[in-house]
Ligand binder design. Structure first.
Ligand code: KIV
Ligand code: ZN
Length: 545
């Protein structure tokens, strides 16, 4: 058995199913690029049957990330997978979406637990076996690489799973993914499940990859995934920061760093460049608006912080006293790029290239202008600062409203007041002044008065990207449309209203960063509501779709 574990990232599919993780097409593309650069083997780019927008987003990723970059012939190219229920229409859409990739994969699934078969599918076990066999064969008639998942395998009868999976192999599936859909199993149980499948499934052979897919409802997603790997699974389905349905999925960084840090225990390899973990975690958090808890393993802000005196003393004597991994192994120690007023475009271009951003001349002009503005106010600019600028400048949705100016007065004497100037969709300039309970509240009230898009602010988070008084402040918000008229909505509109939109803004002035984050989220909401689509345009006015 190989000692290589394939990393299958489903941040853009299962991860995007977490409330509020909605990303724009441009953001999804950038996440996919970052995953590919980091060495992910398979990117599940989405669920194409969910909507024409989802199909289009997967198609773009398949074409742009799933092929050799121009001028290169030996770069590692990830497999691009699209999810499909076990029916022809979904499978056709998944194929339509992924077929432009060099290595496309159709991932189809059907539930196998008694609860799901009876209450959700209303199918008896024989019908399930028959459907799996037909639909895997159909997917295989379109695509050479087919993955099958028996949904809710964690609560399925193992004997029945052997039969279903045997039929999937017979019909042409080459990857069998075993989802603990509701995060129910314990590590021992999941180990036995994978072990039993490998030993008892008819037709199992070396060309079949068994895969783990665990959810974190009881906090055991990573432990379960690793137990499955110890039982012989050689693909791990994971998400960045562990985002996903309900309590989330197994986190990519935890599995990868466990295999690396405890190499003598597992004796297994992955193809992940772990120094990129911190950067990609940040990117996903910014785009989804889902903040990483400070004590999150590997990528949390405190993962490498040593507060207690005893720990600090030990660390000073020797790093290994309290550290099992080096922060630089996951990219935490940011390279300092000391650039000032006189630093040039070439240096910036070179640094961005190392970070994986290849900008054209127009893009570099924009990035350089933002960089100079920052260099005027901040002495040392780190990769994290640059990353925030790039995210803020290039991967926010198309600007419906754009912040032209902001003036705030606050403190202990008098009511906090904000005057906001926005450029609107018609390129008109709008000014509005409001008072509020604090400077952010006043700013948001003024923005609301101009934009007139009723919404609820669900979450507001602020933090400093780097240390020091001149740190760049970063704000993430999550908003939801507020249906305050009484008209009864159809199901589609209700879905739209229930959707949560994340926004991100970075600036040295935290009130400006707050305004940018709010406008960023509002722009996503406005585009979704007025055009009924995901924003497909980047900030250079170039249609991505
Ligand atoms: O958790 C699950 O069952 C899934 C499948 C669709 C693979 O995400
Ligand atoms: Zn899942």
């Amino acid at each position: 058995m190989t000692n290589y574990v394939k990393i299958f990232d489903t941040t853009l599919r299962d991860g995007e199913q977490s409330p509020g993780a909605t990303m724009t097409s441009a953001e999804k593309l950038e996440v996919a690029r970052s995953l590919a650069r980091m060495g992910v083997d398979i990117i599940e780019a989405g669920f194409p049957a969910a909507s024409p927008d989802d199909l289009e987003a997967v198609r773009r990723i398949a074409v742009e990330v799933g092929n050799q970059p121009k001028g290169q012939t030996d770069a590692k190219v990830p497999v691009i997978a699209g999810l499909a229920r076990a029916n022809k229409s979904d499978i056709d859409k998944a194929w339509e979406a992924v077929k432009g990739a060099q290595n496309p994969r159709i991932h189809t699934f059907l539930a196998t637990s008694p609860i799901h078969m009876k209450h959700k599918l209303k199918m008896d076990p024989e019908e399930v076996v028959q459907r799996v066999s037909e639909m895997v064969a159909y997917a295989r008639s379109l695509c050479a690489d087919v993955e099958f998942s028996p949904e809710d395998a964690g609560r399925s009868d193992p004997q029945f799973l052997y039969v279903v999976l045997g039929e999937a192999i017979k019909a042409g599936a080459t990857t069998l993914n075993i989802p603990d859909t509701v995060g129910y199993t314990t590590p021992d149980e999941y180990f036995n499940l994978i072990d039993g499948i490998i030993k008892n499934t008819p037709g199992m052979h070396d060309g079949i990859t068994v895969s783990v897919h665990c959810h974190d409802d009881l906090g055991m997603a990573t432990a379960n995934a690793l137990a499955g790997i110890q039982a012989g699974a050689r693909q791990a389905e994971v998400t960045i920061n562990g985002i996903g349905e309900r309590a989330g999925n197994t986190s990519l960084e935890e599995v990868v760093m466990t295999l690396k840090t405890r190499h003598p225990v597992f004796n297994l390899e992955t193809g992940i460049e772990t120094q990129q973990l911190s950067r990609v975690s940040k990117l996903v958090s910014n785009y989804t608006g889902i903040v990483v808890q400070p004590n999150k393993a590997i990528v949390g802000a405190n993962a490498f912080a040593h507060e207690a005196g005893i720990h600090q003393d030990g660390m000073l004597k020797h790093q290994t006293t309290y550290e099992i991994m080096r922060p630089e192994d996951v990219g935490v120690n940011q390279t300092m790029l000391v650039m000032g007023k006189h630093s040039g475009r070439a240096a910036l271009r070179a640094r961005l290239a190392v970070m994986g951003h290849s900008l054209d001349e127009a893009e570099l002009d924009k990035a350089f202008a933002r960089f100079k503005e920052l260099a005027d106010r901040k002495k040392v600019i780190t990769d994290a600062d640059l990353e925030a600028v790039i995210a803020d400048e290039f991967y926010r949705p198309r600007d419906v409203y754009y912040l032209e100016g902001l003036q705030v007065s606050c403190g202990t004497l008098g009511m906090p007041t904000a005057t906001v100037r926005l450029r609107g969709p018609d390129r008109e300039i709008y000014n509005f002044a409001s008072m509020g309970t604090g400077p952010v509240d006043a700013t948001y009230k003024a923005i609301d008065a101009i934009v007139k898009m009723p919404c609820k602010l669900l979450e507001f988070n602020i933090h400093a990207i780097t240390e020091g008084i001149d740190a760049l402040g970063e704000v993430t918000v999550r908003i939801q449309s507020d249906n305050n008229n009484d008209t009864k909505m159809d199901a589609q509109s209700e879905l739209e209203y229930a959707r949560v939109y994340g926004g991100h803004g970075a600036d040295m002035d935290i009130i400006v960063a707050s305004a940018k984050a709010y406008i960023n989220a509002l722009n996503k909401l406005i585009i979704a509501k007025t055009e009924g689509t995901q924003p497909l345009q980047n900030n250079f006015g170039v249609m991505l779709g």
